[in-house]
Design a binder for this molecule. Structure first.
Ligand code: KG4
Ligand code: ZN
Length: 347
């Protein structure tokens, strides 16, 4: 079985081909990613209009390259999965239009994929036989979610950010202290130069919920730097410590309450070495398995979208091609675990 994934929710255009090789195993035949980061660098953040245009430029050449690299013929596909939200509406529409056109022309069934479900599914690519339930911490530029995964494709959101996502915090603080894009990795690099910062920020406490809040921390770090008494490395290190402290505290509380067999860490911020180390030692203490995908599967990519489409289709029933299934829209807001299209939502 061959699955095509398409991802255009933010600033990465990506197409991927997966092959189901039995059981829960999906082999990545190709995972092509065209980053737009240079186009946004001048503006210090992602500009939605530019993002849409860049997706439009990149998507057809990427399809061509995918066919060249894998020898794929569209008619050989069994399933197409495309991100339909959450994300930037204009950016999402490019991938959705491409997915619908391919589906219609090749009579291959199409599934709308939730981007967060995609990030979570990157753990399935990393470890096909992981134990459920899995608690998954999804940390990216747009989201900070704690999700209980009872089985493949079955998600229950326990907590979310009430304001900024943690990656957004990393990016905005990086910008405020004069670091270029990509903010997160550059802030981590700056933080690494300081062993123990004297500066200290207090993480938000949203107990008894499992929610997060990073906007107060972002403001404290930005203002702390503006006062001029601390170096950018000090501020970076203090911000990173406080952000990880909050993520670890809420995750630790959820581990205690829900007793998962596995902890998954995914989304772009999962590439952060200090966060990976903290989560790994927490899992060792709780004697549970820790799964974190390799960095290229942590940041936005289409392999995770193809994986989410496959497991969702397998859980419900494998779809046959139907024009009706092409009626979904781009959804800028779409909490993971909620129904995929209007018909389902209204039922
Ligand atoms: O998942 P992703 O590629 O896109 C979204 O869905 O948002 O995540 C991108 C986010 C950005 O905010 C980026 O700064 C952050 O992940 N990020 C990091 C690191 N690498 C990427 N944040 C902290 N440390 C890193 N090493
Ligand atoms: Zn993402």
């Amino acid at each position: 079985m061959l699955i095509l994934g398409i991802e255009t929710s933010c600033d990465e255009t990506s197409v991927a081909l997966l092959e189901h090789t039995g059981g829960n195993r999906l082999e990545i035949r190709a995972n092509l990613i065209a980053s737009q980061i240079e186009a946004h660098q001048l503006f210090g953040g992602v500009v939605p209009e530019i993002a849409s245009r860049k997706h439009l430029e990149a998507v057809t050449p990427l399809f061509r390259l995918l066919k060249e690299e894998t020898g794929l013929e569209w008619r050989d596909l069994d399933l197409i999965g495309v991100t339909s939200g959450p994300g930037l509406s204009g950016a999402l529409l490019v991938g959705i239009a491409a997915g619908k056109a391919l589906s219609l022309a090749s009579r291959v069934p199409l599934r709308a994929v939730n981007h967060i479900a995609g990030h979570i599914s990157s753990t399935f690519l990393e470890k096909p036989d992981l134990g459920f339930p899995m608690l998954c911490l999804v940390v990216s530029g747009g989201h900070s979610d704690l999700v209980l995964v009872r089985d493949f494709g079955q998600f229950e959101r326990l907590g979310r950010t009430r304001d900024d996502a943690v990656g957004e915090g990393f990016d905005k603080v990086a910008r405020a202290i004069g670091l270029p894009l990509p903010g997160g990795p550059n802030l981590e690099r700056a933080a690494r130069t300081i062993e123990k910062p004297t500066l200290r920020f207090t993480p938000s406490n949203l107990e008894p919920s499992f929610d997060f809040s990073f906007s107060g921390l972002k403001t404290a770090a930005t203002q702390g730097f503006a006062k001029g008494n601390s170096s950018r490395e000090e501020v970076a290190a203090a911000f990173q410590i406080a952000a990880i402290k909050q993520l670890a505290k809420q995750t630790g509380r959820a581990i205690e309450e829900f007793q998962p067999k596995t902890l998954g860490l995914c989304g772009g911020v999962a590439a952060n070495g200090a966060l990976r180390a903290r989560m790994s030692s927490m899992c060792a203490e709780a004697s549970i398995e820790f799964v974190v995908p390799e960095p290229v599967l942590c940041t936005d990519n289409a392999a995770m979208i193809g994986a989410a489409a496959f497991f969702d289709a397998r859980r419900t029933s494998f779809p046959v091609f139907s024009v009706e299934d092409l009626s979904f829209e781009a959804r800028s807001v779409w909490p993971v675990g909620s129904p995929e299209n209007r018909r389902e939502r209204e039922a």
